[in-house]
Design a binder for this molecule. Structure first.
Ligand code: PHE
Length: 461
């Protein structure tokens, strides 16, 4: 199999597949983690599962499950130095591991591809909102008006198709340019700008009469409000928001220099990601409660609330355009990481050029995305099992494939990979932290995940 990444470099790529510095890795990994999951998904699933108690579950899942899995992914990636499929292949043959573990590589790569397909559709909404805010459509908009504008967009498959196509095209373009040229640069200035704008929205929210209700809703735990499936949703979202179980972090880990600390970098990424999500919640829920909206509004929550704020803020047109522009870019840095594992795999296996690999993955994901494009209207939606194609793919990816991929990854890192490799990867000069991590990874994390799975199957009632 040889040294895949080095070979890729030989195949006419202008920059080597390594991050230039540790900071570059942290930025790119944060770029992957922070995206629609934080601003769009986190608030709406928090609203659908009753608020604060859900947030607590989510934080618990982050700390005890998702962060250890994040470290496992980065570590496995850095040890294997290839695409997820190549990495598992290589580690199996290098360490004499049972070859069936290769399935892991496939599972995570397919999950990433599935998510990319619908992620691009929702990112298209954010792009559409750049234009709508810039045209001043939201000036003094009411809650009903904002809802109507949202419905107008998502119920028009033709328009969704156009935005979806544009977004996927941009993703292909950036991925084609490679690790340093494309991925690194996109992430460097985006995050701070997004955080600042969210802060502006939070400050605006503090002046609304619904602010207190929002704070209560978000911070005073009401366990009675937890519904069945909340635990699995919290776990699934912890994975989604940290880009786990899709091989994205594994692939980024493959580009990480040998001397960079994995634990510290991962903690930083997870903290940043959580801060952005909580800020988004604090920006959105005051608007919900001040405008008599339902927290459980569903997929449209962010898109039906934030425009109200921009409609009333001084310079709202400017700020709103900037905000949705940044959200689109945040989605782009996530989308490129969703595409990266499959692209790296095509380069390795099929010896494709980076441009060709990126284009192939993009077109295939675009085609699968068509199912989601038609998912938001009654007359066009095609149902799969209990819901639209979008709902089916989202559920299958977030609540089944990601946690399953994550479970396999942590078991692989905790039990299968030689202990010496783990200690060496995580430790550097320290011995204590890696040993603690190993204990978490062996018992606590898989144990908790098992509990969540059992709970979601209704076996723990
Ligand atoms: N973490 C990204 C977000 O929160 C989504 C994502 C999932 C990206 C999986 C890559 C892999 O928007």
């Amino acid at each position: 199999m040889g040294d895949g990444i080095e070979k890729v470099v030989e195949q006419g790529q202008s920059t080597p597949n390594r991050w230039s510095t540790r900071l570059a890795f942290v930025l790119a990994a944060s770029g992957s983690a922070v995206g629609l999951g934080n601003v769009w998904k986190f608030p709406y699933i928090t609203g659908s599962h009753g608020g604060s108690a859900f947030i607590l579950l989510y934080l618990l899942c982050l700390a005890a499950v998702a962060i250890p899995v994040l470290m496992a992914e980065v570590m496995i990636g850095r040890e294997g130095r290839m695409s997820p499929v190549g990495t598992f292949d290589r580690l199996c043959s290098q360490h004499g591991i049972y070859r069936r573990w290769q399935i892991c590589g496939w599972l995570v790569m397919i999950a990433g591809f599935v998510i990319l397909s619908f992620y691009s559709v929702v990112a298209g909404w954010a792009m559409a909102y750049v234009v709508r805010t810039a045209m001043g459509q939201f000036t003094w908009v009411t809650a009903d008006g904002a809802a109507a504008i949202f419905a107008d967009l998502v119920e028009d498959p033709e328009r969704l198709l156009a935005w979806h196509t544009l977004f996927m095209g941009l993703t292909i373009l950036i991925v084609s340019r490679g690790v340093r040229g494309g991925l690194e640069r996109a992430a460097a200035w985006l995050m701070p700008a997004l955080v600042v704008l969210l802060l502006v929205l939070v400050v605006y929210g503090t002046r609304l009469h619904g602010f207190r209700a929002a704070v209560d809703y978000l911070l005073r735990p009401d366990f009675g409000a937890l519904d069945h499936g909340a635990f699995l949703a919290a776990l699934g979202h912890a994975f989604f928001t940290l880009s786990l179980g899709v091989g994205a972090m594994m692939t980024y880990g493959a580009y990480l220099g040998r001397n960079s600390s994995i634990g510290g970098s991962c903690l930083l990424v997870a903290t940043l990601d959580t801060v952005v999500a909580l800020l988004a919640g604090l920006a959105i829920f005051p608007l919900v409660f001040s405008n008599g909206l339902e927290p459980g509004l569903g997929v449209g929550l962010a898109f039906q609330t934030l425009p109200i704020a921009f409609g009333q803020l001084p310079n709202g047109v400017f700020l709103g355009t900037l905000f949705f522009g940044l959200l689109t870019l945040a989605a782009l840095t996530s989308a490129i990481s969703l595409a990266e594992p499959a692209v790296a795999w095509l380069q390795e296996r099929r010896r494709m050029s980076r441009v060709k690999a990126a284009t192939s993955v993009g077109i295939a994901a675009w085609a699968l995305g068509l199912g989601s494009v038609v998912s938001f209207t009654e007359h066009s939606r095609i149902d799969l099992l209990a819901g639209s194609i979008y709902e089916f793919l989202d559920y299958a990816a977030s609540n089944v494939m990601l946690p399953l991929g994550g479970l396999l990854v942590i078991l692989f890192a905790g039990w299968v990979l030689p202990r010496s490799v783990v200690l060496d990867q995580l430790g550097g000069n320290h011995r204590r932290w890696p040993a603690i991590w190993l204990r978490l990874a062996r018992y606590v994390t898989p144990g908790l995940m098992l509990l969540v799975f059992l709970e979601s199957l209704g076996l723990l009632a």
